[in-house]
Design a protein around this ligand. Sequence first.
Ligand code: DGY
Length: 321
Amino acid sequence: MTRPTVLVTRKLPQAVEERLIKDYQPLLNKEDRPLATEQLLSDSKKADALIITGQNHLSEETIAQLPERLKAIATFSVGYDHIDLEAAEKRGFAVINTPGVLTDATADVTWLLLLAAARRAHEGEQLIRQGKWSDPRPTQLLGTEVTGKRLGILGMGRIGRAVAKRAKAFDMEVHYCNRHRLSSEQEAGAIFHDTPEDLLGVSDFLSFHCPATPETENFLNARRIELLPDGAIIVNAARGSLIVDEDLIAALRSRRIFAAGLDVFEGEPNLNPTYRSLPNVFLLPHLGSATVETRTQMGFLILDNLDAVFAGKQPPNNLVS
Ligand code: DGY
């Protein structure tokens, strides 16, 4: 039996590419160059499945041009806001993402952002790297204590809960808002708020863990920033589009918001350039899931799903029915 052809838009961890080579006919991106949509469409002509990334935007129009033979679109991400699911479903494609396997890695990066923002890690590092640490003194780079503060989590799915679990080690009081209240076992002592606005009022630290949807996009705007406690800290390892950049930047400049830790950006990698010049922002280039272990598991999960598709079975992580 001929092995299915899989177009892979970016280089993947070695173990994942090895498994692809063993079980499929992969069209690999050996040079690891970004693939423009036209190129993707032309390369996909012989493909039975695609493995794309969050940088490949599959609109209704693009999906309409994918070949008839295609069976599945797998995205190397848990987020799928870059794929028009309805259009994919209409074409009869399975759409596969990678839930579950990147929970801990993303929760760890959230904490990296939170601690770095609170303790002015970027400014401290700059001081050393620029050779300016010449005058150690008691009032140098004073940050905000994390221990004992209130952490507000918007979106209490797997990643939100993993962030909350880590917060216990810092004796934080965890508050959350979610589409529905969790069971008390899943809540694990966290305090539920009916509305996001309610959550903001108690969030000394506010961390985003919800998907980008028409309801959540541009959530953090000037009006909502005013609902936060003075000197609050914003953490975002979810999606850049949840924040109105200009409004957050203004609040960071005025110190209404003490600091922010951001791993994701609207329009990334072309983030709002003002972020680069703000001392009170700790910036990472979307590293949430970037560990060898996690990225390998993401690839294996995709391949488990493709194996199911080509065995005529229902893939467990199909996002469309
Ligand atoms: C995802 O998987 O959606 C994360 O943003 C990591 O890329």
